[in-house]
Design a binder for this molecule. Structure first.
Ligand code: EPZ
Length: 429
């Protein structure tokens, strides 16, 4: 059994650099399928999810070098010869569904397995399909596959019911090769969506009003531009390390970040009494003697990010008083609560709201489980704040989204190791 082992109980301090954004590089890797010329991506984090996306685009016939082994990834999608990614690869990662838009746009057809739900929710894709239909595609579900066809996509006005990040990204990539102009209304404004728009613009696609709720794309007949592009920093990784420092009552600095991407978190932390300074590409935090409680409500960007909700919930167990956390984006993103209660936290959940009776020093290291990526990071934070050793089952979740976590925590004076277990260690030799 692969475990994350955390020895906690002491304040973190020091400086740590942040990697490129997983949720920016995954849609950008999918978007390389639109381009008939070579693409080189920089600042790509070495993660399992990047490995999975690299495998996927190679199976479709593209070349892809460096995914998960280097921070520079070279892709050439000139020779893509399949529009039917296999279920075995797609099921490893929901973001695989992002190849639907580019394959349909470039080849006029695509057959992509419907992603299932996951630990945080049902994760429907109806908005993705509605956007492609609006662009003129015939889209149907058959035997667990989403099958989409269109001789040529035609630009149009799209109105999303939900400001879905993935639906906005699939629609953007499809519209890039549609005939004429498309405007996506009620679009997601997340920085990762903006990064995808910037990448497409670098590929020669004219896009207006990037980063707003209404994005206009002028479709091209083809995309054939050799491109080098550097991915934005990972705001969720950045926020996770800030929260780890604060959970332990420490002080520290994170570098290679875009502070503007974390404004909602920084605002909330200031409310809790945290001293914060920011520069062009860094943020430093200094914990108060006693953390004040807070009310947190997740929202689409620029609201408080759902991907930092579980981590923040863990930190608020250390506040002196009652905090409330309301999760409005996903219907079951509370699976860390039972685990935090095992460690001694006093919390109760009802209808997507957690009420936390915070008490500094209330956590004790015990064996716990993680069920998803951000949940695993949450349990690491709790372990760093707790007295003693916390053994966390679910290392495979963490490896999907946090590059070199033990080394980064060590740079802050913390102690996290991965225990691959005897039998697994043998298998790894
Ligand atoms: C992206 O997922 C991120 N993943 C998620 O990060 C993130 O939590 C999420 O955006 C919200 O910010 C990647 O970018 C790879 P959504 P996505 O479509 O696109 C509902 C992580 O830990 N919805 O914006 O799947 C949906 O059920 C992951 O890195 C529909 O109803 O998120 C959810 O309630 C977790 N119909 C809400 O919208 C649809 O067709 C937001 O989902 C699509 C979504």
């Amino acid at each position: 059994m692969c475990m994350i082992v955390v020895n906690g109980g002491k304040p973190l301090s020091g400086e740590v650099g942040i990697s490129g954004a997983k949720n920016a590089c995954l849609p950008i890797l999918a978007a390389t399928l639109l381009n008939e010329q070579p693409v080189t991506l920089h600042n790509v984090p070495r993660l399992d999810d990047v490995k999975f996306m690299g495998e996927l685009i190679r199976i479709l016939g593209a070349s892809c070098e460096g995914a998960s082994t280097s921070n520079t990834v070279a892709i050439n999608a000139a020779d893509v010869n399949s529009t039917e990614p296999p279920y075995e690869v797609v099921k490893k990662m929901r973001a695989s569904f992002l190849v639907l838009g580019p394959l349909l746009a470039r080849f006029g057809r695509a057959s992509v397995p419907l992603p299932g739900g996951c630990a945080i929710g049902q994760r429907p894709v109806g908005e993705h399909l509605a956007a492609l239909r609006a662009l003129g595609a015939e889209v149907r579900q058959e035997a667990g596959l989403i099958i989409a066809q269109a001789d040529r996509l035609v630009g149009t006005e799209i109105y999303l019911n939900v400001s879905s990040v993935g639906a906005t990204e699939n629609a953007l990539m499809a519209a890039a090769l549609a005939e004429g102009q498309t405007t996506i209304h009620n679009a997601a404004e997340e920085p990762e969506v903006v990064d995808l728009c910037r990448f497409l613009t670098r590929c020669g696609v004219k896009i207006e009003d990037t980063g707003t709720k209404s994005i206009t794309i002028h479709g091209q007949s083809r995309i054939a531009a050799a491109v080098e592009y550097s991915v934005i920093p990972d705001r969720i990784e950045a926020g996770t390390y800030l929260l780890a420092i604060i959970a332990t009552g420490g002080s520290g600095r994170i570098t290679q970040v875009v502070p503007e991407h974390l404004e909602a978190l920084l605002f909330k932390l200031r409310e809790c009494g945290v001293q914060i300074e920011t520069g062009a590409d860094w943020i430093s935090v200094d914990s108060p003697a006693v953390l004040k409680p807070a009310t947190v409500r997740t929202e689409v960007y620029p609201g408080f990010p759902t991907d930092l909700q579980p981590q923040t919930t863990a930190v608020l167990t250390q506040a002196d008083g009652v905090s409330t956390v309301i999760e409005t984006i996903f219907e079951s993103r509370m699976n860390t609560v039972p685990e935090l209660r095992r460690m001694g936290a006093k919390m109760r959940v009802s209808d997507g709201t957690v009420v936390i009776e915070g008490r500094p020093g209330c956590l004790t290291g015990v064996p716990v489980e993680a069920h998803d990526l951000r949940g695993a990071a949450t349990m690491v934070i709790a372990g760093l704040a707790a007295q003693g050793e916390t053994r966390i089952e679910g290392l495979e979740h963490l490896l999907r989204g946090f590059e070199s976590l033990p080394e980064k925590v060590a740079a802050l004076g913390g102690d996290v190791t991965f225990d691959y277990g005897k039998h697994t260690a043998a298998a790894k030799e």
